[in-house]
Design a protein around this ligand. Structure first.
Ligand SMILES: [Zn+2]
Length: 398
């Protein structure tokens, strides 16, 4: 893990603040006037079980904790950081309890960096629930969880989503509480001018990615339906991503599977349903290019619904259309291009001795550099994955 100071120096070297043409998703369609009735809210966990409402902020946090309480052997909860207004940016870490696989690539889903693009937020919560509840009963999902460590951040911009208060998403907005578009606020890996106002939500996200080795990821948006693969900063004539053919195949599989359930899915931008980002609209300082270039993570931007604030009664239908594709996209990590060698790490490196494990709190880790100790007393029971010199170490807290 690089020291934070040098990390940010590196980041600050390569930034730009060029005038930019906004993407279509900057302009909400006319029908998206606020209709709080259609954005009905679940105020309890029980109400959320029908999956036909959006969660209040407290129900969202409660759900994330409830996953851990319900499936302590399969997941634990990370706090990536906090927003400008102190709301939590959470990540549920899910992996199978089967101890037979020493090499598990890390995969990352993150949604709603634009606070009013709500569909992905709901998708991610429902995906957590589906993966966890299917472990042991679905051979397909059991196998997937035993082979991959899946990180799910349902809400990257909680202040934007709950801009109107913790109990409604009707007044959700694109920006964070400082009126900054977080998806135009990452360092530009190709530019030269420093960006001097990287927002706390993004700093936390950059640190989180720095501490992991995400082989693949996706950043979920709304306002269109299209799979947007890198680069965003260039048209494909100017610069092609080295894996663009692989990206096209991955995107096609996502779109084709959705169209088994709804033939009109992903036709908003073109017939294919996928496009190189810059061929749609060039943007700078987005997360996709930063993740792809800086971390060598294969990150895709998914625009998952034409309507940003999807009426709650349509959520289940959208989930029905895209759930298989969302799960299949995780599986792609198992066949990701070999040009990403940093991505696959031993879950427990041979030379790391961890004891006691399971533990009630204190843990000692013997490494070639000596013994380190840490205390998990304050952490919830369940599986914790601690990063030691770039190696994820699994520790069970009792
Ligand atoms: Zn967006």
């Amino acid at each position: 893990m690089k020291p934070i100071a040098s990390f940010f120096l590196l980041c600050l070297v390569a930034l730009t603040a060029q005038a930019q043409q906004p993407r279509p998703d900057a302009f909400p369609p006319v029908e998206e006037s606020i209709d709080s009735k259609s954005l009905s809210m679940a105020t309890t966990l029980d109400e959320m079980r029908q999956w036909n409402r959006y969660p209040t902020y407290s129900v969202y946090v409660e759900m994330m904790n409830h996953f851990v309480e319900s499936y302590p052997d399969l997941c634990h909860l990370d706090t990536i950081g906090t927003s400008v207004r102190g709301r939590l940016i959470l990540s549920l870490v899910i992996t199978g309890s089967e101890p037979n696989d020493l090499h598990r690539p890390e995969f990352f889903y993150s949604s709603t960096i634009h606070g009013d693009e709500l569909t992905g937020f709901y998708f991610m919560l429902r995906l957590c629930d589906t993966l966890l509840s299917s472990y042991g009963s679905s051979a397909d999902i059991t196998n997937l969880l035993n082979r991959v460590v899946i990180y799910i951040n349902p809400l990257a911009n909680p202040d934007g989503t709950y801009f109107g208060g913790d109990n409604t998403v009707a007044y959700s907005q694109r920006y964070n509480a400082n009126s900054v578009d977080l998806n135009r606020n990452y360092p530009n890996p190709f530019g030269a001018d420093p960006l001097d106002d990287i927002q706390p939500e993004n700093i936390a996200m950059m640190n989180y990615a720095e501490q992991h080795h995400f082989v693949m990821s996706a950043n979920l948006h709304g306002g269109s339906e299209v799979m947007n693969y890198p680069w965003d900063s260039f048209t494909s004539d100017e610069r092609t991503h080295p894996q663009s053919e692989w990206w096209q195949a991955v995107c096609k599989r996502y779109v084709d599977t959705c169209r088994l359930y709804s033939s009109r899915s992903f036709t908003a931008v073109n017939r294919a349903g996928y496009i190189a980002g810059g061929d749609w609209y060039v943007i700078y300082n987005g997360r996709q290019d930063y993740f792809n270039h800086h971390f060598n993570t294969l990150e895709l931007t998914m625009e998952v619904s034409n309507t940003k604030k999807l009426p709650a009664e349509q959520l289940t239908r959208y989930w029905y259309i895209q759930s298989h594709s969302l799960i299949n996209y995780i599986k792609e990590v198992l066949n990701a291009p070999q040009s990403q060698p940093q991505g696959v790490h031993p879950v427990q490196a041979e030379y790391l001795r961890v004891y006691p494990n399971p533990t009630l709190g204190p843990v000692h880790i013997d490494t070639p550099a000596g013994t380190r100790s840490l205390d998990l007393s304050d952490r919830p029971a369940g599986l914790h994955i601690i990063n030691v010199d770039g190696h994820p170490v699994k520790i069970i807290k009792l």
